[in-house]
Design a protein around this ligand. Structure first.
Ligand SMILES: Nc1ncnc2c1ncn2[C@@H]1O[C@H](COP(=O)(O)OP(=O)(O)OP(=O)(O)O)[C@@H](O)[C@H]1O
Ligand SMILES: [Mg+2]
Length: 397
C-alpha cells in the first residue's frame, strides 16, 4: 500500500511540474506578444501620422510645390499597403482611403456608406489624427490596425488553447499507459502465483496417493479431508492461471452452473444463511462463460453478502431475462447495506471495511465480468439495515 502511495505522490509532483511549465510558457508568450503588439501598434501609428502629414502636404501645396516632392509624398501614400486609413477633408467628404476593399459591385453611394461604417468602427479603436492644411482648416485621418496586427492579438490565445489541448492529451496518454502497466502487473502476478503453486500441489497429490495406499497406517477420513483441501487449492490455482491468460468462454447452461455452485457453496458457509436460486430464464438457456472464473465472481459476491449479514439471513440468487438478449443474475442479501456514496467505491481496489479484508474481491469480480465476459457488474439497489442487491448482466448471444 505504502509503495503505491509513493508512486501516486510522485505522479502528482510530475503533474504539478508539467502544469507549471505550461503556465510559464503560456504567460511568457502572452507577455511577449503583448509587448510586440504594443511596439507594432506604435509603429503603425507613426506610419499613419506620416500618411496624414503627406496628405496635409499634398492638399495644402499642390499649386506651389515642385513635381518631385509631390511624387515623394504620393509614394508614401501608396507605400501604406497594410494599414486601413480614411482621410476626411475639412468639408466632411471622404477624399482618400487606403486598404479598405468595398465589394466590387457596390455603387459609389454604397461604397461611401461602407466607408462611413468603417469610420464608426475605427473611431472606437483610435482617435483620428488631425491634418492641418493651413488657413485654420483641418481634415481627419481615421485608421485601424493592420490585419497582421489584429491576427497577432489572437496568437497568444491560440497558443494557450493548443498548449492546454496538448496537456490534456499528454495526461490521457500518461494515465492510460499507467493503467496498461497495472494490468500487466496484475496478470503477471496471477500467472506467476499459479505457476508457483503447481509444484507443491503435485507433491501434495502424491502424498495423498501414498496415504491412500496404506490404510492401516493412515486414517482414511483424514486423507479424505486433505484431498478436499488439495482439490480446493487446485481450483484456486486454475482460477489464477485462467485470469493470467486469455480465458476460453464456453456455452454453459447458466441456471445449472449457478445452482451447482450454490449447492457447493451453501455447504461451506454458515448454516444460518438460507440460500436460494430462482431462475426465470427459458429452460436450457446457455451463456458463453468461463465457468471457473464465473464461479469465482459468484463466490466473491456471496461471501461479501454473508459477511454483511454477519452469518445470519437470506441470500437469494435470481436470474431474469432482459431486453436485447441480455440476462441478469441478481444476488440479494439481507445484510447491513451500502450507502449511496460507497456504491461506486466498493469496486475500487483496496476499499474494505473489514479488519482482514484486502478490498480486492469486488475489484476482481468486476474485472472478470466486464473484461473477460464483456458484461456488467454493479450495485442494483441497497438500503441501510435492509440489504443489498448486486446485479451481473451478461450477453446471451
Ligand atoms: N453485500 C454487501 N453488503 C454490504 N457491504 C458490502 C457488500 N459487498 C461488499 N461490501 C463492502 O464493499 C467492501 C469491498 O468488498 P470487497 O469484496 O472488494 O473487499 P473485502 O470483502 O473487504 O475484502 P476481500 O478482498 O477479502 O474480498 C467490503 O469491505 C464491504 O464494506
Ligand atoms: Mg470480499
Amino acid at each position: 500500500m505504502l509503495k503505491s502511495f509513493d508512486i501516486y505522490s510522485q505522479n502528482n509532483i510530475l503533474k504539478i511540474i508539467v502544469a507549471l511549465n505550461v503556465l510559464l510558457v503560456g504567460t511568457g508568450s502572452l507577455l511577449y506578444t503583448n509587448r510586440l503588439i504594443n511596439k507594432l501598434e506604435d509603429r503603425e501609428e507613426q506610419y499613419v501620422q506620416l500618411y496624414a502629414r503627406s496628405i496635409a502636404y499634398l492638399v495644402s501645396s499642390t499649386h506651389t510645390n515642385s513635381g518631385d516632392i509631390t511624387f515623394v509624398t504620393d509614394q508614401i501614400l501608396r507605400a501604406n499597403t497594410t494599414i486601413p486609413a480614411i482621410y476626411v477633408d475639412p468639408d466632411g467628404q471622404i477624399a482618400n482611403y487606403r486598404n479598405l476593399d468595398a465589394p466590387k459591385e457596390y455603387t459609389p453611394e454604397q461604397v461611401e456608406q461602407f466607408l462611413r461604417q468603417k469610420i464608426v468602427e475605427m473611431k472606437k479603436r483610435h482617435n483620428p489624427l488631425v491634418v492641418d492644411i493651413g488657413n485654420g482648416e483641418r481634415g481627419l485621418v481615421y485608421y485601424t490596425n493592420s490585419r497582421l496586427l489584429r491576427q497577432l492579438t489572437y496568437f497568444p490565445y491560440a497558443l494557450l488553447t493548443i498548449l492546454t489541448a496538448l496537456g490534456v492529451l499528454a495526461y490521457l496518454a500518461f494515465s492510460s499507459s499507467r493503467r496498461a502497466e497495472q494490468n500487466r502487473v496484475w496478470v503477471g502476478l496471477a500467472k506467476e502465483t499459479a505457476h508457483q503453486l503447481g509444484t507443491p500441489m503435485s507433491s501434495l497429490m502424491a502424498w495423498v496417493e501414498y496415504m491412500r495406499s496404506d490404510p492401516a497406517q493412515y486414517d482414511q477420513s483424514i486423507t479424505d479431508e486433505i484431498e478436499k483441501d488439495v482439490q480446493r487449492l487446485e481450483t484456486i490455482t486454475a482460477r489464477f492461471s485462467s485470469i493470467g491468460s486469455i480465458p476460453t468462454l464456453k456455452d454453459e447452461n447458466i441456471t445449472d452452473v449457478v445452482q451447482q455452485f450454490v449447492d457447493y457453496l451453501s455447504k461451506r458457509i454458515s448454516t444460518k444463511v438460507r440460500m436460494s436460486v430462482t431462475s426465470h430464464l427459458p429452460p436450457g438457456q446457455t451463456i458463453k462463460v468461463n465457468k471457473l472464473l464465473f464461479e469465482w465472481v459468484i463466490e466473491n459476491i456471496c461471501k461479501n453478502a454473508v459477511d454483511a449479514m454477519k452469518g445470519v439471513g437470506e441470500l437469494r440468487l435470481t436470474m431474469v431475462p432482459l431486453p436485447h438478449q441480455e440476462v441478469a443474475i441478481d444476488i440479494t442479501d439481507t445484510g447491513k447495506g451500502i450507502s449511496k456514496k460507497n456504491m461506486q467505491k466498493v469496486f475500487t481496489p483496496g476499499y474494505s471495511t473489514k479488519q482482514r479484508g484486502w478490498g480486492l474481491g469486488l475489484t476482481l469480480a468486476k474485472r472478470i465480468v466486464e473484461e473477460y465476459h464483456n458484461g456488467r457488474l454493479f450495485v442494483k439497489s441497497s438500503e441501510a439495515g435492509k440489504g443489498t442487491t448486486f446485479r451481473i448482466v451478461l450477453h446471451a448471444d
